[in-house]
Ligand binder design. Sequence first.
Ligand code: GDP
Ligand code: IMO
Ligand code: MG
Length: 428
Amino acid sequence: MSTLVILGAQWGDEGKGKITDYLANKADFVVRYQGGDNAGHTVEIGENQYKLHLIPSGIFAGDKICVLGNGLVINPKSLLEEIKYLNDRGINTENLRISDRAHIIFPYHILLDQLEEEKKGKNKIGTTVKGIGPCYRDKVERTGIRMCDVFHKEFFEERLRENINNKNEIIEKLYGKEGLDADAIIKEYSGYLEEIKKYIADTTDLLNKSLKENKKILFEGAQGTLLDLDFGTYPYLTSSHPISGGVSIGAGISPFGLKSALGVVKAYTTRVGRGPFPTELHDEIGDAIREKGHEFGTTTGRPRRCGWLDAVMLKYSAQINGFSSFAVTRIDTLAGFDKVKICVGYELDGEKIEAFPASLETLAKCNPIYEELDGWSDEEMTNVEKYEDLPQTAKNYLKRIEELSGVKVSIASVGPKRSETLIIEEIF
Ligand code: GDP
Ligand code: IMO
Ligand code: MG
């Protein structure tokens, strides 16, 4: 297979970074196709833990070309900080390429993200306040500024000044706050962009030519299917398309050139930010999972809401993405419970439904119908080095996921490190 899309099947933080890093040594390219620095991908190699927000998790695998596709919204200041963070740790970033069509996040996007959230009050989305939504809005509105504009100084400055002036009207008149200093932003951001210019390229051409040469490309999703703008829990979601279909638009690859998609599934469910969550646990089990799994956001440090695995969601996610297989992570975190539960359907007004509803009003009324399975202990999870070593109860849990979702499990993850990855079937 020359392409593989790795993406989140739930609400993000499934372990995409870990799985991408694991598979990256077999790839020539590792490509992000949507989102921005709202993502937080953790990779553990030996004793070192790395947190990435923009740069693909293939950066640790040596000479791979790591691409930020056109579908991203990129904060140049964060990107430079991340490059420095990696370089300070001895990681080379010379193989980074940034699409000339990617959009740029400026301070007004971040300020508007913050002001809009505050204004929404109890209805706030709970965004990462990285300016993601406002930047994508400018893209759709056709007023955004792209990486290719950096090479046209006069146009870039004129466009940026016009945008700042327009946003200042909103900031001052609608929110009653002080507007931003256009000269200062133009100066500061021209400086950052000058530094990243060397990475900007026509990545669509690069990737398509490389595909023709049978090069192997991994696409690394950020966020997750239930945060997708169209298929997620609208409006409590992000403004991009993490789903497999997002790759075509976000990297410029024909859908007919894509081969397969790996859904990364956490063995339970977590969510950061607001919005309905049918299997959420508001009890000591939810707290125990959060504590044991250190379930706090990589980007914002917020506690992640925790709950049982939801197979209704997985089936829906599989339908949209066409997963060829799953990588199930955090099997070790779910150890230690006598019984574990999987939601196999929703009860809505006395009836069982198996489809994931569009309306959040409906979703909020859905009660999970659970199936209970025997759990596995922490002791049984020590020294698990291959699939055969897994306790039978954990194997049964994976089998049930396969039956309920119709997707086979090709990777089982039992810890954050590369070595704690069990390959059931080679997929790339
Ligand atoms: P991503 O956003 O999908 O890349 O996931 P995050 O990095 O935000 O969150 C996943 C967390 O789980 C990270 O801290 C990973 O190091 C960790 N992780 C990944 N797989 C496993 C696993 O199988 N077991 C344990 N205990 N931790 C894991
Ligand atoms: P990774 O790639 C989990 C959530 C935010 C909020 C909503 C909108 O690490 O899995 P945004 O700032 O994107 O406008 O916020 O989406 N969110 C994530 N949740 N993991 C992520 O990324 C997320 N990126 C955004 O918490 O609910
Ligand atoms: Mg994350």
